[in-house]
Every structure is written in C-alpha cells, then in structure tokens.
Write a protein that binds this ligand. Structure first.
Ligand SMILES: C[S@@+](CC[C@H](N)C(=O)[O-])C[C@H]1O[C@@H](n2cnc3c(N)ncnc32)[C@H](O)[C@@H]1O
Length: 385
C-alpha cells in the first residue's frame, strides 16, 4: 500500500521545510529515491530506526521524559496484573513451567512488580522464567538494571542463535530468582505455556491510515464494507502479534492480558505525537517525539480468530476495582510512612479517575477456548466496584 501522509494532511508537504535532523534527512532521501512513504513506514522509522528512532537511544518515560505510563504511576497497577496471572495460571491447573512474556517492557517496572507478587508464592517462583520482547537495546539496559540480581552476570549472546530454544540476545538472573531473557521479536520465544502481558505496546506499532475520498476508500479493506467511518487506522503489525499469541495460547496453553488506550472500532483519526507531555505535530522532528495511535480492540478481536476466548475491553477503572485494588491501597496505606501516603493515594487516583487514566485505558484478555465458561478475574464485576 502506498499512501502519502501529505494526502491525509490536506496537502502539507512532507515536512520538507523544517530544519532537518539525521532521521529527517534519511526520510527525505528515501522519499526522493523511491517515492511516497506510508504512514506506517514513517511511524516505524520514527520510533524504531536502529540509529535515530525515538525508543532506541534514551529513557523517554516519567516527569523528565515525554509521557508517563501506569506501572510508573503506582505499584498497584503491576501488582494487579501479577495477581491476575497467578490466578489464571492456577485456573489452568498450575502447569509445571510458565513463561512470563512482556511485550515492550519500557523501564521494566511492570515485570518487576509482577515478579515481586510471584515471589510471594514459592510454587510459582520455582517454575517461572521471564521473557522480554524489546527492540531497543538502550531500554533493555534500563530493564536489566531494574531486574538483575546484584550477584548475577548478564550474558550477552555474541552471535545469532539458531537453536530455537536460545534465540534471545541476552539473559541474566533476576533479583527474585527466575531467569530473564531478552528477544527482538515474539516469534523467537520458546513455545511453552506463557502468560503474555503488554501495557502501551500495541499503540506503538505502526498504523496504516485510510481516507474516504469521493465516496471510496483509497485502499480496499475486507473489514470496512459496513463501516460508517470515513477515516480508518489499521495496524496490521498488531494483528500479526495478536494472532501469534492466540495461536500459542490455543496450542501451548497460556493467558494474555493487554492494557492500552483504545476503542472498540468507533474512533477515526487518533494518530498523534507527544513531546515533554504535550501534543506534538507528528511530522515535526521525527525520532524526537513519541508517535502513537489508539488501539482498535475490535480489530484485535477480529484478528485473534476463533481459537481463543476473548474478554473486554473493560476500562482500567473497572479492572482495578474488580481486582480488589481498593483493599490493596488500604493495606499499603496502613504500612506506609506518613510522608509516602499522599503519593500512594494520588497515584491510585490517577489510575482510576475517568478524566485521567481510568477510562481511556482499557483491559483486554485472551484465554484458551476450553476455558470459555470461566470469566477471568478483573472482568467479573466485584461488589467493591
Ligand atoms: C510506550 S512504551 C511502554 C512501556 C511499558 N510497557 C510501560 O508501560 O511503561 C513501548 C515499549 O515498546 C517497545 N517497542 C516499541 N516497538 C516495538 C517493537 N516493534 N518490538 C518490540 N518492542 C517495541 C519500546 O521500546 C518500549 O519499551
């Protein structure tokens, strides 16, 4: 598919008038040499170009970065996901090996919080290993710093691993005991019972955009014939990942929990940039700002197919209430030093307030089809909600 971003933006030339950074020069040269570039190619280059991509060089999270994510706001977020995985693993009969697979782990905070929960349950601690899918070596170093045991050495694989079981690019022992392995892509992870988790990963995958012009789409789509929208964003990369997870869960066993901001097939133009916590022109300074698009959960459901049961999306507020996180907050407050209480309350409030992260962010789960009578924790309303 070839669709110039300039067309969608009502004929603004592709940022040619802006001061060039390295990536901009590279993109201009590509367009001059081989013609218009799709939005998806542009997004992929801006975020993950091996040299100048946004995620490849620095820590972009938190107050000094460009945006903040739920695991960075409060430990309650990661703990609720840890409890969810533990519960669903038990529901599956506590298999004797389990892989915790996190897609796009950022600073490693979510896996850290999940492992802390797992470490309270010896039976789980003894059988779990951690598998992180991270394209950015810089961020993988930050994850390693967070997760690594003091007395462990990180082994970096010096040559491409061809054996299916060792296709990671490095590994170490975590401070909680279980081993941690890093991969560039999901397909490299061994096929075993796995708990897949992802927060704000799918929104970073490249989208294609489709505009209705004179009553017809610029690109024909199977799933769009009955759609009332005149502008569409489609993320085939997300479709590929979700199908791979669905196949693995149905064949090897496992569970999947995804948290992201998104909609259920009713939004149109959501592609946007963030720089220093402010909205940012997506064409300006590629590689400097985060680019993101809301996740279309109806598309994920469609791509997952029939081999799995799907739950949600439910709002982050509903999920955290249903998981009993109010009780967890009370417990943390009881044990906290007085000077830390305010942060605990404001962090929780940020996660659940509908005007902050409570409604925009959604949870979506997949389980093997045979579990269809079982509704996973967090998706069943509790009395506390
Ligand atoms: C928005 S951050 C989310 C970070 C983290 N999950 C959190 O909640 O704090 C996106 C993460 O996905 C990684 N990422 C982006 N595109 C990727 C890709 N195609 N393959 C693997 N990782 C990717 C980024 O490097 C980063 O770690």
């Amino acid at each position: 598919m070839v669709l110039m971003y300039a067309i969608i933006q009502n004929d603004k030339t592709f940022a040619f008038n802006q001061k060039s950074n390295n990536l901009m020069r590279h993109l201009k040269a590509r367009i001059k040499a081989s013609g218009p570039m799709s939005v998806a190619e542009y997004m992929k280059e801006a975020l993950t170009n091996p040299i100048d991509g946004y995620y490849m060089k620095r820590d972009v999270f938190g107050k000094d970065g460009d945006f903040i994510t739920s695991p960075e706001v409060s430990q309650i977020f990661g703990e609720s996901i840890g409890i969810w995985c533990l519960n669903e693993w038990m529901q599956c009969g506590s298999p004797s090996t389990v892989q915790l697979v996190e897609l796009g782990p950022g600073r490693g905070t979510l896996s850290d919080d999940i492992l802390r929960v797992f470490s309270q349950f010896q039976k789980m601690k003894d059988v779990v290993s951690v598998h992180l899918v991270e394209v950015s070596e810089k961020l993988s170093e930050i994850q390693e710093e967070k997760l690594k045991s003091q007395d462990s050495q990180t082994i970096t694989e010096t040559q491409p691993q061809t054996d299916e079981t060792v296709s990671h690019y490095k590994h170490c022992k975590s401070k909680y005991g279980p081993n941690v392995y890093w991969y560039k892509q999901l397909a490299d992870i061994p096929r075993k019972f796995s708990c897949f988790v992802a927060n704000e990963f799918f929104d970073a995958l490249p989208i294609y955009k489709f505009q209705k012009a004179d009553g017809s789409w610029r690109e024909v789509l199977h799933l769009s014939s009955s759609d009332k929208r005149d502008h569409l964003e489609v993320c085939p990369a997300a479709g590929v990942v979700i199908r791979e997870i669905a196949d693995r869960i149905s064949q090897d066993g496992g569970t999947c929990l995804i948290a992201d901001y998104g909609h259920d097939g009713d939004k149109t133009d959501t592609f946007r940039g963030f720089y220093k916590h402010q909205l940012h022109d997506v064409l300006k300074d590629p590689g400097r700002a985060d680019l993101t698009a809301d996740v279309d959960f109806s598309y994920l459901r469609h791509m997952a197919g029939d081999s799995v049961s799907i739950y949600g999306p439910v709002t982050q507020q509903q999920f955290l209430y249903n998981m009993g996180m109010v009780v967890r907050l009370k417990k943390l407050l009881d044990n906290a030093k007085p000077e830390n209480r305010k942060d605990l309350v404001s962090g929780f409030e940020m996660l659940i307030n509908p005007d902050k992260m409570g409604e925009k962010f959604k949870f979506f789960a997949m389980l093997p089809k045979k579990d269809k009578d079982h509704i996973p924790a967090g998706f069943v309303p509790s009395r506390a909600s």
